[in-house]
Design a binder for this molecule. Structure first.
Ligand code: NAP
Ligand code: ZN
Length: 355
């Protein structure tokens, strides 16, 4: 076992604080990774504070992990010591069910194992990337093709990137499609960049007047402040697809009204409390759909990383030391992130040495 330094929440009300865990020694199929950077996802906050009522404590969040390989098991052929590597939201799945066989491990019928908070359907806890090192089964480790100098800004692709890429690809975003992205946070800003790179006409919906200019800079052709009904009305019944990344409950009807006949709004935001029920008439009169989407499979995550490397897409980040994490959570709740916090894990290693 390897002694590993982390930051953990011990209960829903506690601030994250230093905590020592033990990780397994790498087995024959494992890759050991020295963590260099870890992104801060809103799901980390939902989990640390038990907002989804399923948190196993102590909770060590973090599922946007990048680092360098320090050891590989005897069966590992695709990674070697010194390689850059990434780990996203999953570290295992059954590898036998129909979803796993189709490369959609996130929908594993027996429940995938989250990088943190253990198997979705109960069992032993797992500890995430707010830590100095991690040991992961080779099938769940990703290759990083971006230049090393961009590594910190690559970290958020492992969750925010794939969670937006997967539905944008599934609902066939591309040239000639009008695509809305709702919410300019960690997921939303990746959604804008990726949908624009796919060739769609991208419209950003934000509640923050101050984010208008950034929306255009990030790749949106138009920005709509969703609190202004007149601005919303100009886009009535015109969208092929809307990706909703908002982390709080809100009225879905104003967005459903913007979909064309047969258009779809896919929800990826996972608020603590449900959205108010949308009006059925908004759906039935134009055969509109509301859908959901969960991260993406491992094969698609690699495809997304390669797509982003090819199109020079990384996240816009604010790099922080680990001891800023509780403040970062408070700022995330105020939509005050441009556009993803990323922890420099060197700051955690420094704390560990001093301990
Ligand atoms: P984030 O960085 O906090 O961004 C959320 C954005 O939503 C905010 O920046 C804000 O954008 C908007 N927003 C927040 N509160 C709002 C409100 N009351 N009304 C309207 N808009 C509001 O969060 P994130 O990391 O992108 O995560 C977003 C959600 O996706 C979270 O619930 C997270 O758990 C979930 N998630 C789901 C998956 C999945 O697989 N489905 C994966 C990862 C994360 P504006 O300022 O532009 O309005
Ligand atoms: Zn996430």
């Amino acid at each position: 076992m390897v002694k590993t330094y982390t930051y953990a929440a011990q209960d829903p009300k506690a601030k994250l604080a230093p905590f020592v865990i033990e990780r397994r020694d790498p087995g024959a199929d494992d890759v050991q990774i020295d963590i260099l950077y870890c992104g801060v996802c809103h799901s980390d906050l939902h989990t640390a504070r038990n907002e989804w009522a399923n948190t196993l404590y102590p909770s060590v969040p973090g599922h946007e992990i990048v680092g360098r390989v320090t050891a590989v098991g005897a069966n590992v052929k695709n990674f070697k010591v010194g390689d850059l590597a990434g780990v996203g939201c999953m570290v295992d799945s059954c590898q036998q069910c129909a979803s796993c066989n189709e490369g959609e491990e996130q929908y594993c019928e027996n429940g995938f194992t989250g990088t943190y908070n253990g198997p979705v359907f109960g069992g032993e806890n797992t500890y995430g990337g707010y830590s100095t090192q991690i040991v992961v089964k080779q099938q769940f480790v990703l290759h990083i093709g971006h230049p090393e100098k961009h590594l910190a800004a690559v970290a958020p692709l492992l969750c925010a990137g794939i969670t937006t890429y997967s539905p944008l690809a599934h609902w066939k975003t591309g040239p000639g499609k009008k695509v809305g992205i709702v919410g300019l946070g960690g997921l939303g800003h990746m959604g804008v960049k990726i949908a624009a790179a796919m060739g769609a006409h991208v419209v950003l919906f934000t509640t923050s007047e101050s984010k208008r200019a950034d929306g255009l800079r990030l790749g949106a052709k138009e920005v709509v402040v969703s609190k202004n009904p007149e601005e919303m009305a100009q886009h009535a019944s015109s969208f092929d697809f809307i990706l909703n990344t908002v982390a709080a409950p809100h009225n879905l009807d104003p967005f459903l009204n913007l979909l064309k006949r047969d258009g779809t709004m896919t929800l990826v935001g996972a608020p603590e409390h449900p959205h108010p029920s949308p009006t059925v008439f908004n759906l039935i009169f134009k055969r509109r759909s509301i859908a959901g989407s969960l991260i993406g499979g491992i094969r698609e995550t690699q495809e997304m990383l390669d797509f982003c490397a090819k199109h020079n897409i990384v996240s816009d980040i604010e790099q922080i030391d680990i001891n800023y994490i509780n403040d970062a959570y408070e700022r995330m709740l105020k939509s005050d992130v441009k556009y993803r916090f990323v922890i420099d894990i060197a700051s955690l290693k420094k704390e560990a040495e001093a301990a």
